[in-house]
Ligand binder design. Sequence first.
Ligand SMILES: C[S@@+](CC[C@H](N)C(=O)[O-])C[C@H]1O[C@@H](n2cnc3c(N)ncnc32)[C@H](O)[C@@H]1O
Ligand code: SF4
Length: 375
Amino acid sequence: MSGIRHLYVHIPFCASRCDYCDFVSLTGRADQHSRYVEALLAELELERERPTPELETVYLGGGTPSYLEPEALRRLLEGLPAAGELSVEANPETVTTGLAELLVEAGVNRVSLGAQSFQPRLLEVLGRHAGPDDIHRAIEILREAGVDNISLDLLYGIPGQSRDDLGADLDQALALAPEHLSCYELEAKPGTRFAHAHGAELPEQADAVEDHLELVVERLTASGYRWYETANFARFEPERDLRSVHNLGYWRGHDYLGIGIGAVSTAGDLRWRNAPSLSRYLQALETGKEPPRETEALDEATKLRERLMLGLRLDEPVAIAEVEPVLDRGALTRLSDLGLVKVEGGLMTLSTRGRMLGGAVCAELIVWPDETLAA
Ligand SMILES: C[S@@+](CC[C@H](N)C(=O)[O-])C[C@H]1O[C@@H](n2cnc3c(N)ncnc32)[C@H](O)[C@@H]1O
Ligand code: SF4
């Protein structure tokens, strides 16, 4: 199997653990950063047959990639294959001139900065360490170092966040003129300290949050951003397409290789996920073995359902013929009559309203396995 054009590299280390986060992350461990990087490069070497020689994208996500010890980060970036888009996630408080220069020298051409909010009160609810000044300073440093593609992550639905609070966050984000914005509804992930502390509040404020996505879309599209994916916005520029090429790969159903603890890969009919244990990962790769992982065979219908659900998150169409075997034609007519889906020339896209409702519309459009059996 070969021909993978997207590489995801998971960096699990963070300065501290945010209460709402359920990503694979470990605090501190500076003494293990170099060992982890060597293990990542060893895993990549084991998988060398899979990626194409010239990758389209490499994405360092976390955790907090910008928290890696600088020498370990440099070694990693030097050891990774070249790619057209090389993105790194960063937390504002970790951005120094030294880090920004290291990234630019190593060819990083896109930085995704986890701002979340600009309001100290809300950042405190989230347990974030960076304040609004850190976010401003991080952007200034990155710009000065020459990073000309910055994405900002924002959260809405934070307990105690009003519509005006969200409007103020959007204004502050827009004033920084990022090339890209990701705006996520805060989820209480099961098992997190946040779910324990605030899990009951989120459903209570569901009504208040209902129109938050609407506000996000209105404000950002009016400011010259393309709403190209449910939670993602790219500034319109005549010369550059500022959408995340890496994430477009996922949404378009391309194969991808993920390395590191907890990383997921999909290639053809197979999906595998590395175990989240750091010690087992290091032990395996230091003795030349594949890391412990779980592998799942993907049947055609599962792949098509994913293609439909992910593809309809985008503002570009999905070919009806491509997903026909899992498409509920009756639901398509019904939803199209309701103005939630647009059908034209064998292609379908969700209308603005359909995109606001998102997952619920896709769930209606899909024939699920029990329905197939019943039919
Ligand atoms: C891999 S995470 C973390 C990146 C980076 N360490 C940070 O904290 O900014 C990427 C993004 O996922 C989003 N995210 C994390 N936890 C979330 C949650 N419980 N609900 C919704 N979005 C979440 C945040 O916006 C975050 O910036
Ligand atoms: S939200 Fe980011 S910084 Fe916080 S624990 Fe998760 S990955 Fe680490």
